[in-house]
Design a binder for this molecule. Structure first.
Ligand code: MSP
Length: 665
């Protein structure tokens, strides 16, 4: 570890392993990696932690469904997460898994400290629990989770409580003393009013879950998700020996806005109770939305990163995520905007600047960086813009304003394009003064390119490494000291490196089609625990990836009680219509005896809507509602999946005119 440099420790949230990453998760990680690279270029000795949150009832269930032990399940999932981060150029310094032994020791140690200091006591709790969000929710029995809309369960159990109520005043005092602790301001206000409203003690262990870190001497208690998960930040940098590493307290926990409360309230309270230093800052970013809803597996509106990386490259995804969304606010994802950004900003912007600069220097200067011998005011004008851009970008990056920082860099690229157009070095002649003028223009352009390359490196690590080599510059671009970056440092005489393709222009419709096709394939692919995972999802809508992932392995028998959990009833189709923009889906209203439900079914290519009216079908009525292509679907129509293409054939009741609402058992 480099000595003498100030230490900087930042973290991504640790991700649940019961699913695979989509670009919402990717956003958290890429932002963090960008900050990591930026801080390193500002002279910090940086450690970044990412990892996986591997305990809890969801994992227990997913592993059971896959027919493998939990430890095997989480190992396979964690490997997938890690592999993806590698593909995206994310260089986490520490990948922490909550099943790591060193993490278990840290959690147990933290609990002991809190208990010794009088902040832990045994008790009972009964409440409505959402197993998907891993949290008790404030609803009545029988009501659904207010966050994800899925059914809640009534849970009563013996557990240990953390005296969160004792920390109302210490936390409020702390927030007042450290106004920078919670960012952005809107989230700070939200947390303040939550804490001001009073804090209830918190249950931090469970006896109903097996898959967790044991509470020493108190088995069968295991630690409950947030006490376990948050502590990972400390386990990653030494745990009980954190002082030795010198990276605690963390400088920055970067999180999504829905988990700010856990980080800004619970986490500092746990640490205060244990007498440990509290992190310096929590930054909550917004969500990536798809069809105006948070991208999430439960809503079935996820977009995965790999198809994008395969078609456009990892830098394109990184650039899009950081440029298109103002940090702290929600952003909308669309393939269209992604490819537009790729072509206009990357191919025509930085890519074009690099290739035309290199080509002109090759042609006119024998591939050597020329001298700026005949400067005119317009050269100085561009130099001034570039110098000012350095200051503006660093100021924005420091505030994590990456979109505005990138905007400033692209304004410099645009100014350089205009400069080249008006100076048109290609039409200068061979007189000595023309030659001097041309070399001055080319040096000026190459110097802009060097500065652009350094400034964009935290966001575009792959492309900037190539441009750095193209400019024939020494060392690594990531090693450049941002504080020392000035106009005029490009030495003449250096030999250009080999030119490499950066961002070849791509035809939009074709690129989108390719990405969408890969996405679809990924959705239908067996999960990474494939050896024992179920067959692909049936063709009826409602049985998307979430349902498929929860289905048992073909060779695993289920008990009758498992089957009884699925409530299937006879329904009658009342209306059926096509959905604009979703050629496979039909929107149905179905009478299930007790109510009329809206259900989407993936049968549009095989059934005429008008011929379905009045037909009796089998309906899964207790499936959590979800949105398909933006349309609410509350239930699932059962169909056989026939032939290799999985053609849906609706299940029916030919023998008798069965009563609507009758249960299928
Ligand atoms: N395991 C907890 C975090 C524990 S941290 C001690 C968790 N995991 S998660 O996998 O559900 O989410 C991890 C991160 O991904 C969160 O920061 C969350 O905000 C982010 N995202 C998940 N979906 C997202 C979007 N659609 N958009 C942006 N980020 C989102 O919560």
């Amino acid at each position: 570890m480099a000595s003498g440099k100030p230490k900087y420790y930042l973290t991504t949230p640790i991700y649940y392993t019961n699913g695979l990453p989509h670009i919402g998760h990717t956003y958290s990680t890429i932002v963090c990696d960008t900050i990591r690279r930026y801080k390193r270029m500002r002279g910090f000795d940086v450690v970044m932690t990412t990892g996986t949150d591997e305990h809890g009832v969801n994992v227990e269930r997913s592993a059971k469904a896959a027919g493998i032990p939990e430890s095997e399940f989480v190992a396979k999932m964690a490997a997938q997460w890690k592999a993806l981060w590698d593909e995206l150029g994310v260089q986490g310094d520490e990948f922490i898994r909550t099943t790591d032994l060193k993490h278990a020791h840290t959690v147990q140690w933290l609990f002991k400290l809190c208990r010794e200091n009088g902040y832990v006591y045994p008790g009972h709790y009964t409440g409505q629990y959402c197993i998907y969000d891993n949290a008790y929710v404030d609803v009545k029995p029988g009501e659904n989770c207010p966050d994800c809309g899925r059914p809640t369960e009534t849970v009563t159990e013996e557990n240990f409580y953390f005296k969160l109520s004792a920390f109302q005043k210490p936390l409020l005092d702390f927030y007042a003393k450290h106004p920078e602790f919670i960012q952005p301001q809107a989230r700070r206000n939200e947390v303040l009013s939550f804490v001001e409203g009073g804090l209830r003690d918190l249950s931090i262990t469970r006896t109903s879950i097996r898959w967790g870190i044991p509470v020493p001497g108190e088995e069968p208690h295991v630690f409950y998700v947030w006490f376990d998960a948050l502590t990972a930040y400390l386990s990653a940098v030494g745990g009980p020996q954190y002082e030795k590493s010198g990276y605690w307290p963390a400088d920055l926990h970067l999180v999504g806005k829905e988990i700010i409360r856990f980080h800004a309230v619970y986490w500092p309270a746990f640490l205060m109770a244990a007498g440990l230093p509290v992190p310096k800052q929590i930054w909550a970013h917004g969500w990536l939305l798809m069809d105006s809803a948070k991208m999430s597996k439960s809503l079935g509106n996820v977009v995965r990163p790999r198809p994008i990386v395969n078609v456009l490259g990892m830098d394109a995804l990184r650039y899009y995520l950081l440029r298109e969304t103002v940090f702290g606010q929600d952003g909308n994802f669309s393939y269209d905007a992604l490819v537009t950004r790729y072509n206009s900003d990357l191919a025509n912007g930085i890519g074009n600047l690099a290739s035309r600069t290199a080509a002109m220097i090759e042609k006119n200067c024998g591939g050597k960086i020329p001298k700026a011998a005949a400067r005119l005011p317009q050269d100085d004008e561009l130099a001034k813009i570039a110098q000012a851009t350095i200051g503006d970008v660093l100021e924005e990056y420091e505030k994590l304003g990456f979109s505005r920082g990138l905007e400033a860099i692209w304004a410099l690229i645009a100014a350089t394009d205009r400069y080249l157009t008006s100076e048109h070095p290609w039409s200068l002649g061979e007189t000595e003064s023309d030659q001097q003028r041309r070399t001055t223009i080319l040096w000026t352009t190459a110097e802009v390119l060097r500065i652009v390359t350094v400034l964009t490196h935290p966001v575009l690590p792959d492309c900037t490494a190539k441009v750095w080599a193209l400019l024939g510059l020494a060392g690594q671009v990531g090693g450049v000291d941002l504080d020392g970056l000035r106009w005029g440092q490009l030495a003449a005489g250096g030999q250009l490196g080999k030119s490499q393709a950066l961002f070849p222009r791509i035809e939009k419709a074709e690129a989108i089609e390719r990405m969408e096709a890969m996405e679809k394939e990924a959705q239908n692919a067996p999960s990474p625990v494939a050896a024992t995972t179920p067959a692909a999802a049936p063709a009826t809508a409602g049985a998307g990836t979430a349902a498929a992932a929860a289905a048992p392995a073909a060779d695993t028998k289920i008990g009758i009680e498992d089957f009884a959990r699925v409530e299937m009833r006879v329904g009658q189709i009342k209306t059926a219509e096509r959905i604009v923009g979703a050629d496979k889906l039909l929107k149905l209203t179905v009478d299930i005896g007790t109510e009329i439900r809206q259900i989407c079914a993936g049968i549009a290519q095989f059934y005429e809507p008008e011929k379905l009216i009045g037909r009796k079908v089998a309906v899964v009525v207790n499936l959590a509602p979800r949105k398909l292509r933006g349309v609410e679907s509350n239930g699932m129509i059962v169909a056989a999946s026939v032939g290799p293409e999985g053609r849906p054939v609706l299940a029916g009741f030919p023998d008798e005119d069965v009563e609507i609402g009758a249960r299928l058992k």
